[in-house]
Design a binder for this molecule. Structure first.
Ligand code: FAQ
Length: 315
């Protein structure tokens, strides 16, 4: 086949691939897909997996300090769920040809990103409620969209993850309601947690659409069906009335309701801070990466034992 025939064939294949997506069919691991689709999915799914794993750290730090047994069991279950989400997602990325070693290496060497929100510290118990409500709430908004994405293994992982995240969000919401309606000190703690987690939660949705280089291609291939700004706006519209109902104040002096569009319009996000955090200069980036590197090093013997077992009994 000469070069122009190859080009024609690949154009035909892309056309057929896009027609499948337009018909709402799922793309499965053995199916033909453009190299760029595979690359985008590996990037996004592996970064999503890293986020789940690094996301265990801010909450994991509070397991030993839970105020009672019920809260401790709930938090343990939540953090354990996040580990499970990381596993489903690494598996989904493996179906595209990425190896676990490559992905972990990319995280530990700083080549791969993970969600910016996990580079902020969890300072009080009220943060456990606020993370559950805001951070899991934002994650669900994004992941409900991804449950309809064109890649089968990713969309199916999202269905299960969203179910579990809904429990995470509810337990967070319950805690924030209790604190917001509790003693003056508890209310102050809930407000302080909101002040610190509001903006990082909005940043989770990614840069404005005009600064989002990946969105156009992801939308074209049915991975994302909504843009970063659309999802962020849905989140703001949902959260603002609920938080205000509890007597909590959103830490945004420019926030206002726009009757014409029916939207709560937010003040501008501090994008300098967002990009700084992505480049490694957030309040907890170093601490998070140190924790992940230590976990990896301390786990060498487990991996060696598993490999030895596999060699002995599986061959
Ligand atoms: N943090 O062109 P776009 C959770 C990067 S799971 C860090 O707009 P895209 C569960 C982006 O990667 C939370 N980096 O990118 C939980 C790209 O850089 P690259 C994670 C960010 O892919 C709860 C560059 O900026 N969820 O919370 C962020 O179209 C509680 C340009 O951006 C997912 O990963 C950010 N916030 O849209 C666990 C969902 N935003 O890779 C524990 C799947 C952007 O080209 C406790 N991912 N970047 O070098 C997505 O939906 C998308 O990838 C976005 C970004 C929306 C995150």
């Amino acid at each position: 086949m000469n070069d122009s025939e190859k080009l024609l064939e690949s154009e035909e294949r892309i056309h057929e691939f896009e027609a499948r997506i337009a018909r709402g069919e799922k793309i499965e691991p053995g199916d033909w897909m453009p190299a760029e689709y595979r690359k985008q999915l590996i990037r996004m799914i592996s970064q999503h997996a890293h986020s789940e794993i690094v996301g265990m750290l801010p909450e994991g730090a509070w397991i030993t300090r839970a105020p009672n047994l019920r809260r401790k069991i709930t938090l343990l279950a939540k953090v354990q769920d996040e580990a499970g989400h990381g596993q489903y997602l690494y598996h989904a990325a493996e179906t595209l040809g990425a190896t676990r070693e490559e992905m972990i290496d990319a995280l530990l060497t700083g080549k791969a990103k993970y969600s910016s929100v996990f580079n902020y510290p969890s300072l009080t118990w009220a943060d456990m409620g606020m993370i559950g409500w805001l951070v899991d709430g934002a994650a669900i908004m994004n992941q409900t969209m991804l449950a309809h994405c064109s890649y089968g293994p990713y969309s199916r992982a999202m269905v299960r993850i969203c179910t579990e995240e809904t429990f995470h969000k509810k337990q967070g919401m319950e805690q924030v309601i209790k604190y917001a309606r509790g003693t003056p000190k508890q209310k102050e703690m809930a407000q302080d947690a909101l002040n610190r987690w509001w903006w990082p939660s909005l940043m989770m949705f990614g840069p404005h659409d005009s600064n989002s280089p990946n969105s156009a291609q992801l939308i074209r291939w049915g991975v994302k069906t909504k843009t970063n700004d659309e999802l962020r706006q849905e989140f703001i519209n949902k959260m603002v009335p609920d938080l205000q109902l509890l007597g909590l104040e959103i830490p945004d002096p420019d926030l206002h309701y726009d009757k014409a569009s029916g939207n709560w319009v937010s003040g501008e996000i501090n994008w300098d801070e967002f990009w700084r955090v992505l480049k490694g200069d957030g309040p907890c980036n170093q601490e998070r990466m140190q924790a992940r590197r230590a976990a990896h090093e301390n786990g060498v013997w487990v991996r060696e034992a598993l490999n030895a077992y596999a060699e002995r009994y599986e061959h």
